[in-house]
Write a protein that binds this ligand. Structure first.
Ligand code: SAH
Ligand code: ZN
Ligand code: ZN
Ligand code: ZN
Ligand code: ZN
Length: 504
């Protein structure tokens, strides 16, 4: 196994596919999940990749089959068909309509309140007939306040498996943020956090907090008003409800009096880091614009929950985020349980721009404060005097290698012929870093830093418009994101996949 850092640096290269973020003025074609993303597929030995549009949210072509070469001219008929397809995928009921239904539902007698498990909807009094062959359950007042318990977690392995926080993790997040004085929480793909915030307000023991859920799972529109939920895609910053909906976020980000905004995001682990970072940065920019001038230099406080092996990639995209040792765990994921109780440790961490020393990790769960690093660390993460950090990323105790002059995983041994530490059974002398640049083969740099890259970009653009694409033909690349079999995946994406596949 390769070094974590190495893995993440190779992330784009070994996938051979990179996202090209939209620049002002360009419009991408839309699939049912909003504007598609522009990808570039680079093959070994080729100077330049061919670009195509594909769905931002679905990594599996079976879920969303949208595909278009960048240079393709799309016929009017095709555009109309696409529009019709996009329309047909829209939710059957508007958010407003859902709100009306919710009010009616609330006024039903307790024994009349039913939930259809097959359709995953609350059943208004008059609609029972249509669901007569379906399975119902009764809905108590308490259940109505916990939609994340009532709704069946989506279990779509590739793009949208829903992993719900354990009470331990959800309460830790909420108590920490409340303790730091945050009063408004943007719940980005965190329905359980939103629901806990509302329940906590009902207790009337604390300063009330406001929350806004942004999520692609439209089932939540049944339970929340238009000020509490936006149907949103975090991979392309798309509001399905259009401007009215993005205005809801804008209003929420505006801080009055002593209000303080924070965002907590828990994206699907298989998701691409770059487009996520782009959306979060756009939200941060909106927040910044709403700030009074004296504080306009600060970034919007945020916490991004993601596996630790994405650290290099996340920090590359948003350098202000630091990874904390806290292990986030999930109710419906057998593998991501907290380490203390002897279960397997969760690889999921908090990446935050809140000052690490302010995020107090619970002592009773085995965290301690490192005065040198000025942050809370996991008990096995021992401070290394030589590196002058608490080095562990994965929760195990790392050890210092004097030859490498850094701390390494406990399972690694120093290999003389490779000149660095590696697993004892590593393919010796074949470390992937030695393969060299994807474009020119140089061992001095990676593809991203290749001097021929920008040149070839300009050239490819010309040749594409002239010849209508490099390879001419209509052939599409292998379903790019769902992974062609032969090619090896980067460590981080491979592991994210594995994690996703281990859902219940
Ligand atoms: N731990 C969280 C749930 C995280 S699961 C909790 O307990 O509240 C990931 C969440 O992101 C789900 O709610 C899912 O519906 C949402 N999601 C998945 N893909 C998304 C996308 N493209 N845009 C917005 N939300 C998405
Ligand atoms: Zn330390
Ligand atoms: Zn060390
Ligand atoms: Zn070593
Ligand atoms: Zn070796």
């Amino acid at each position: 196994m390769k070094d974590i850092k190495d893995m993440a640096e190779n992330h784009d290269d070994s996938l051979g596919i990179e996202v090209i973020l939209p620049e002002g003025g360009t419009t991408a074609p839309c699939c049912p999940h909003g504007p598609t993303l522009l990808f570039e597929k680079v093959s070994k030995g080729e100077e330049t990749g061919r670009r195509f549009y594909a769905c931002s949210a679905c990594r599996d072509r079976k879920e969303c089959s949208f595909f278009q070469w960048e240079e393709d001219k799309v016929s009017e008929a095709r555009l109309l068909a696409r529009e019709a397809e996009n329309k047909s995928k829209r939710p059957p009921v508007s958010h407003q309509e859902y709100c009306t239904r919710f009010r009616k539902f609330s006024s039903l007698r307790p024994d009349e309140k039913k939930f259809c498990q097959d359709c995953q909807t609350l059943l208004p009094a008059g609609e029972r007939e249509a669901h007569s062959s379906h399975r119902f359950t009764g809905v108590t007042e308490a259940q109505l306040k916990r939609p994340s318990v009532l709704l069946r977690p989506l279990n779509n392995k590739k793009s949208n498996a829903q992993y719900l926080f354990t009470d331990r993790s959800a309460h830790f997040l909420l108590d920490t943020l409340a303790g730091l004085g945050y009063t408004k929480v943007v719940c980005m793909g965190t329905p359980r956090l939103q629901e806990l915030i509302k329940l906590r307000n009902l207790e009337q023991k604390h300063e009330p907090m406001k929350s806004l859920l942004l999520d692609i799972d439209f089932r939540y529109a049944q339970f929340y008003s238009q000020d509490e939920f936006c149907h949103y895609n975090m991979f392309n910053h798309h509001f399905f409800g259009g401007e009215a909906s993005s205005a809801v976020l804008q209003a929420f980000l505006n801080e009055c009096d002593k209000e303080k905004v924070v965002m907590v995001a828990d994206p699907p682990f298989g998701g691409l880091v770059k487009p996520l970072a782009n959306s979060f940065s756009l939200i941060s920019q909106t927040w910044k614009k709403l700030q009074s001038s004296e504080s306009s230099n600060a970034d919007m406080p945020m916490t991004w929950i993601f596996p630790y092996f994405f650290e290099p990639r996340i920090r590359e995209c948003i350098p202000s985020l630091t990874m904390l040792d806290y292990q986030v765990d999930y109710d419906n994921h057998p593998l991501y349980k907290h380490g203390k109780t002897g279960r397997k440790q969760s690889p999921v961490r908090l990446f935050t721009n809140i000052c690490p020393k302010d995020v107090v990790l619970p002592k009773e769960e085995g965290y301690r404060f490192c005065a040198v690093c000025e942050r809370y660390v996991w008990s096995l993460n021992k401070h290394c005097a030589k590196c002058n950090v608490c080095p562990s990323k994965d929760g195990r105790e790392w050890k210092h290698c004097s030859a490498c002059e850094k701390c390494v995983k406990p399972s690694w041994k120093h290999c003389q012929s490779c000149g660095h530490c590696a697993l004892p059974d590593h393919p010796c002398g074949q470390s992937e870093g030695k393969e060299g640049c994807f474009i020119c083969g140089s061992l001095q740099h990676r593809r991203k830093a290749c001097p021929r890259r920008d040149m070839s970009r300009i050239r490819s653009h010309r040749s594409n418009t002239k010849k209508g694409g490099k390879k001419g033909g209509k052939k599409q690349p292998q379903p790019p994101l769902s992974k062609s079999k032969g090619k090896r995946k980067s460590g981080a994406s491979r592991r994210a996949k594995k994690m996703a596949a281990q859902s219940v």
